[in-house]
Write a protein of this length. Structure first.
Length: 48
């Protein structure tokens, strides 16, 4: 698995996560947000 390029920022109301996964199809990814846990998978990228 490859960790994708990402950056994290926040403002008073939101936590903003930008994930860059070139050459993947937007229809072929899995995203899970559960409380404070975040998981992203798009072959061959994985971010937790």
């Amino acid at each position: 698995m490859i960790t994708p390029a990402f950056d994290l920022s926040q403002d008073p109301e939101y936590l903003i996560l930008n994930v860059r996964v070139p050459y993947t199809r937007t229809s072929e990814f899995d995203l899970c947000i559960d409380g404070t846990d975040f998981k992203f998978y798009a072959k061959p990228y994985f971010l937790r």
